[in-house]
Design a protein around this ligand. Structure first.
Ligand code: LLP
Length: 462
C-alpha cells in the first residue's frame, strides 16, 4: 500500500492550536479510523447522526491558556483576553471561556444574554456594534456591561441614559486606525472606509464632546483591524497608533486606562497557511505598546485583545455523510454531502478553503482521486471543497472537514429549510451535546397562517 503524505501526519503544536489544521486530540485508531477527543467519529455519527459539529475541549482550553500565558509573559499583571463570541456563541462556549478566566465580546442582546447565562462575569463583558438598539444599550447598562461607543448616536443615547440614571458611565470608544490588512475585503474593518468606529481624524472633536458631558467617563480605546491576518506588522503599528491616541486624549483631560486591540490572528485552514503563533502575536502587540508608553513616559494601560477564530476554529470539525456521487468524465466528480452552505456559509461567501479527510481512511491510503464536495442546497455555488484528494469514496462514507469551529454554526442558516446540525463537545473519550439538533418541525415554530387561510391537515410526521 502506498501512503500519501497527509496533513494528518504534521507535527501538532500544543501551545498554539491555530498553527494546526486538526484538533490537538486527533488520532487514528488501530482500525485506521479517525478519533477526536478519544471518541471514534464513526460511533458518534451512529449515535448522534450527521451532519455533526464537534468541538474538542482540550484544543479550546489550550487556545485560551496560550493567550493568558503569553499576556502574562509579555504584559504581566495588566491584561484581559476577551473571546469574540461572534465566532461561536453558545452557553457552553461562554461557560468555557469564563472558566479559563477570559472575558467576552458581544454585539447583540442575544450574544449578551448567552454570555450572562453562560456565567461570564458582567465586568468582563464588552458590548460592540455599529447600530445598537435602544433596548440593547439599556440591557447592557442595566447589567453593568461596558459599552464600546461606536458613533455619535451611541454617545448621545449613553449620555441621556446616564442623565436619567444620574450616575457616571464608564465608556470605551472604537476608532478606525486606517490600517489595511491583506485579507478578504468583506472582513476588513480597520481601514478608513469602514462602517465601524470613529475616524481617527475626528477623535479630537469627540474627546472635547465627551469632556463636556456630565457623566460619561472615557476609560478606554478600541480598534480592530481585520480577521484571518497572518502578518504581525499591522498590529505592531496599531500599538503605536493607540498610544498616540492616548496622548491626544490626555490633552482633553481623559485618562485612558484600557487599550483593546481587537482580534484577527489567523489560523491554519490548509497546508498552505502559516499563521504566527499566539505567543508571537501577543509579543508583537505587547512590545509595541510597552515601547511606545516608555517613550512617552506613560503608565501602562490594561491591555485587552479579542480573539475569536484563533480560540475556537481549530477545535471544531464538521462530519458529513456522503450521498450521491456524480462523475462528469474529463471534468470532475462531485460528492454530495448531507449539509452544505447552511451549516458552513464561508466557502460560498468568502471562497474560503478547508482541509478534509475520510473518517475511515484519514491518511488517504491509496489516494488517487480528486473530488469536489458539494452541499445539498438548491444552489450551484453550494460547494464546500474543490478538487480535494481523498481515498476512494462511496455513498455512506463519512467526511471530516477541519477548522470549522469559528464562523460556521454562528453564521449558519436554515436555507432550504434545512435544520441545523447538533454540536457535541468531546473530551477523554466522552461526548456531550452542547447544542441540540434542530428538526424540520422546529422550523415551523415561527410561521403563522392567518385565520382567513384554509389550514391543511393530515401531515404524516414519521
Ligand atoms: N473584535 C471585533 C470588534 C471584531 O469585529 C472581530 C471580528 C473580532 C474581534 C474577532 O476577530 P477574529 O479573532 O475572529 O479574527 N465571518 C468572517 C469573520 C468576520 C470577523 C468579524 N469581526 C469569517 O468567517 O471569516
Amino acid at each position: 500500500m502506498v501512503e500519501k503524505k497527509s496533513f494528518l501526519k504534521e507535527k501538532i503544536d500544543l501551545n498554539s492550536p491555530n498553527k494546526n489544521i486538526v484538533p490537538i486530540t486527533t488520532s487514528i485508531g488501530n482500525d485506521g479510523k479517525l478519533s477526536i477527543g478519544g471518541c471514534s467519529i464513526e460511533e458518534l455519527v451512529t449515535k448522534y447522526d450527521s451532519p455533526l459539529y464537534i468541538l474538542d475541549e482540550i484544543t479550546l482550553r489550550n487556545s485560551c491558556r496560550a493567550y493568558k500565558k503569553a499576556l502574562e509573559k509579555y504584559y504581566p499583571g495588566k491584561s484581559l483576553p476577551i473571546y469574540a463570541s461572534k465566532a461561536n456563541s453558545s452557553i457552553f462556549m461562554s461557560n468555557l471561556v469564563a472558566s479559563e478566566g477570559l472575558g467576552l465580546d458581544a454585539v447583540s442582546e442575544g450574544e449578551l444574554l448567552t454570555a450572562l447565562k453562560g456565567g461570564v462575569p458582567n465586568e468582563k463583558i464588552v458590548f460592540h456594534g455599529n447600530n445598537k438598539s435602544n433596548k440593547e444599550i439599556a440591557f447592557a447598562v442595566r447589567n453593568n456591561i461596558k459599552v464600546i461607543v461606536d458613533n455619535d448616536y451611541d454617545l448621545e443615547r449613553l449620555e441621556d441614559l446616564s442623565k436619567s440614571l444620574n450616575c457616571d458611565l464608564e465608556i470605551m470608544i472604537r476608532f478606525t486606525p486606517g490600517i489595511e490588512c491583506h485579507t478578504h475585503e468583506y472582513i476588513r474593518t480597520g481601514s478608513f472606509d469602514s462602517k465601524f468606529g470613529f475616524g481617527i481624524e475626528n477623535l479630537n472633536t469627540l474627546f472635547e464632546k465627551i469632556s463636556k458631558t456630565k457623566h460619561l467617563k472615557l476609560q478606554g480605546l478600541h480598534a480592530h483591524i481585520g480577521s484571518q491576518i497572518f502578518e504581525l506588522e499591522p498590529h505592531m503599528d496599531l500599538g503605536k497608533i493607540m498610544v498616540n491616541v492616548v496622548l491626544e486624549a490626555k490633552k482633553f483631560g481623559h485618562n485612558i486606562k484600557k487599550l483593546n486591540v481587537g482580534g484577527g490572528l489567523g489560523i491554519k485552514y490548509t497546508v498552505h497557511d502559516d499563521p504566527p503563533s499566539i505567543d508571537e502575536w501577543i509579543k508583537t502587540i505587547s512590545n509595541s505598546i510597552v515601547k511606545a508608553c516608555k517613550n512617552h513616559n506613560l503608565d501602562l494601560p490594561t491591555l485587552m485583545c479579542e480573539p475569536g477564530r484563533s480560540i475556537v476554529s481549530t477545535a471544531g470539525v464538521t462530519i458529513y455523510k456522503i450521498g450521491a456521487l456524480k462523475k462528469i468524465p474529463g471534468i470532475r466528480t462531485y460528492l454530495s454531502v448531507d449539509g452544505g452552505m447552511s451549516d458552513n456559509p464561508r466557502p460560498i461567501t468568502y471562497q474560503s478553503n478547508y482541509s478534509a479527510c475520510l473518517v475511515s481512511n484519514p491518511l488517504n491510503i491509496n489516494s488517487k482521486n480528486k473530488y469536489t464536495i458539494a452541499g445539498k442546497h438548491c444552489e450551484s455555488g453550494d460547494v464546500l471543497l474543490k478538487e480535494i484528494e481523498l481515498a476512494d469514496c462511496k455513498t455512506g462514507d463519512l467526511l471530516c472537514v477541519f477548522g470549522t469551529g469559528a464562523y460556521n454554526i454562528s453564521m449558519s442558516s436554515n436555507y432550504n429549510r434545512i435544520p441545523r446540525p447538533a454540536a457535541l463537545l468531546v473530551c477523554d473519550g466522552e461526548a456531550e451535546i452542547i447544542q441540540r439538533r434542530e428538526n424540520p418541525v422546529d422550523l415551523l415554530k415561527y410561521d403563522v397562517l392567518p385565520d382567513r387561510f384554509i389550514k391543511q391537515n393530515s401531515v404524516h410526521l414519521n
